[in-house]
Design a protein around this ligand. Structure first.
Ligand code: ADP
Ligand code: MG
Length: 157
């Protein structure tokens, strides 16, 4: 599978989709999120958190770059927007290979530091409430994950 494209028609649908993906995640998984401001990267992350059983409120870690949440698996939420143009090394490696799941908003800004194997998620604005989510797997693990997500998609809806 090269990629999986799913459209959502409300914030709730995006949340549900992310929640479903969360159920398939394992320690050491890395997801990257791309999309303009307001595309839904943080909304998607909120769904992941919910699906991982995280009770705390997840919001954009604008000033903190990395936030860690405890759930079924730990969630490492990064928003690297502020790192544009800097080559600061915040020890990302440790998170990518940690016990938890890492999700990176604006990941292309730290492209060289990303692991080779990962699930890239691109969110495109299609309308006020419409979003197109494209899941691009890099590596076998993530191809499997996309297939699982697709399976759930066609049976749940
Ligand atoms: P980002 O982190 O990409 O800047 P946010 O998740 O913070 O984006 O904001 C997305 C905004 O778009 C929220 O206000 C959300 O309610 C709204 N929205 C409307 N439709 C959708 C949808 N289908 N999926 C996700 N968010 C949506
Ligand atoms: Mg955000």
């Amino acid at each position: 599978m090269e990629k999986l494209t799913i459209e959502t028609n409300s914030p709730e649908e995006t949340l549900t989709l992310a929640e479903r993906l969360a159920g398939l995640l394992a320690p050491g998984d890395v997801l990257t999120l791309e999309g303009d401001l307001g595309a839904g990267k943080t909304s998607f992350t909120k769904g992941l958190a919910k699906g991982l059983g995280i009770k705390r409120v997840v919001n954009s870690p604008t000033f903190t770059i990395i936030k860690e949440y405890k759930g079924r698996l730990p969630l490492y939420h990064m928003d690297v927007y502020r790192l544009e143009g800097s080559d600061e090394d915040l020890g990302f490696e440790e998170y990518f290979h940690g016990e938890g799941v890492t999700v990176v908003e604006w990941a292309s800004l730290i492209e060289e530091q990303l692991p080779e194997n990962r699930l890239a998620i691109e969110i495109h604005h299609r309308g006020e409430q419409q979003r197109q989510l494209t899941f691009i797997p890099y590596g076998d693990r993530y191809i499997t994950l996309c297939k699982e997500l697709q399976k759930n998609e066609s049976t749940d809806n």
